[in-house]
Write a protein that binds this ligand. Structure first.
Ligand code: BDR
Ligand code: CA
Length: 313
């Protein structure tokens, strides 16, 4: 499987790259960066640092610096001032490519129709911009997995909304409306249940880089959830892209709440049971293509895989 990664590294974004690098028959072909956890310049420098550290020779294109319709908000409280828990390190030696992340996504998809997967683990601004350039993007890409949403569980950045969708609700809604048939959403409903306990972290070698960057992230999650450990959102999305059988799904039509006072950025679906001959129609996005939303995952298998991936030399 050949994959384009769109990310805002980001500590769990970094782990997703470690996860993908370790999978047999899986190749990262390009990385696009986006605002979100940190400003996009920082996310881009971090992506370049990570490809150097991981020894993967792929283009890194810088993407959107801000959301489509709201001011920029970042999340250094979760990921550290440099986005990598204070351990970003020296400036990268490699230069980023000259095209934007949206252009890179469109150009690669056009050159390899139906062949490339997309893992989107940051706000969806770049994907929305790519759709403006190339509305046929859904037909040109293979499987698409998006990390975002909190459907039947509380949010994380607000009480109702998950961070990636909340950082750019308009972009997320455009992506859900674009007609992707091979789209899977991996939201907090399933990622929160993949919580890695402190013992998982303690079992990593002291000198391994993921362990160092996870310190800050685990401190955040310790104070947020009141239990030690961390939540591997983005690597779980990567795992589900590579191995869809790791999860179970519901199929539905989804939208993003754009106007709610408390609910802006929340993913919504009409989940009422309606008899086939019910006089009531669906009141959320009835015209949209159905996509898959992950509801359960094999967390034990995934956490074992992630441990192998982050300890691989
Ligand atoms: C998502 O938000 C970011 O903090 C993480 O990198 C992940 O992509 C989880 O809500
Ligand atoms: Ca992310």
């Amino acid at each position: 499987m050949r994959i384009i990664v769109d990310a805002d590294p980001g500590i769990d974004d970094a782990l997703a790259l470690y996860y993908l690098r370790a999978q047999a028959d899986t190749e990262i072909v390009a990385i696009g960066t986006v605002h979100g956890n940190v400003p996009v310049h920082q996310a881009t420098a971090n992506a370049l640092r990570l490809v150097e550290r991981l020894g993967i020779d792929v283009p890194v294109a810088m993407g959107a610096a801000k959301p489509l319709a709201q001011p920029l908000r970042t999340a250094e409280d979760v990921h550290g001032h440099d986005g990598l828990g204070g351990h970003a390190g020296a400036e990268p030696k490699t230069a980023r490519s000259h095209e934007s992340a949206a252009e890179q996504l469109v150009n690669l998809a056009r050159r390899n129709p139906g062949e490339l997967g997309l893992l989107a683990i940051g706000p969806l601004t770049n994907v929305a911009l790519a759709l403006q350039i190339e509305p046929r993007l859904p037909e040109l890409l293979g499987d698409v997995v998006v990390m975002g949403g909190a459907l039947n569980v509380p949010g994380n950045i607000t009480s109702q909304a998950e961070a990636n969708f909340w950082h750019d609700p308009e972009a997320a809604d455009l992506v859900l409306a674009a007609g992707f048939e091979n789209l899977t959403i991996v939201g907090l409903d399933v990622t929160m249940a993949s919580h890695a306990p402190q013992e998982w972290l303690d079992a990593l070698p002291q000198d391994c880089y993921p362990r160092r960057i996870l310190g800050f992230y685990a401190d955040f999650y310790g104070s947020f959830l009141g239990k030690k450990g961390f939540v591997p959102h983005d690597p779980l999305a990567a795992a589900i892209l590579v191995e869809p059988g790791l999860a179970t799904y519901q199929e539905d039509r989804f939208a993003i709440e754009l106007t709610g006072r408390y609910t802006r950025g929340k993913i919504v679906a009409d989940q009422r049971f309606l008899a086939p001959d019910s006089p009531f129609g669906r009141d959320i996005a009835p015209e949209r293509t159905k996509v898959r939303y992950a509801t359960t995952a094999d967390h034990a298998t995934f956490l074992d895989q992630l441990r192998c991936a982050v300890t691989q030399p």
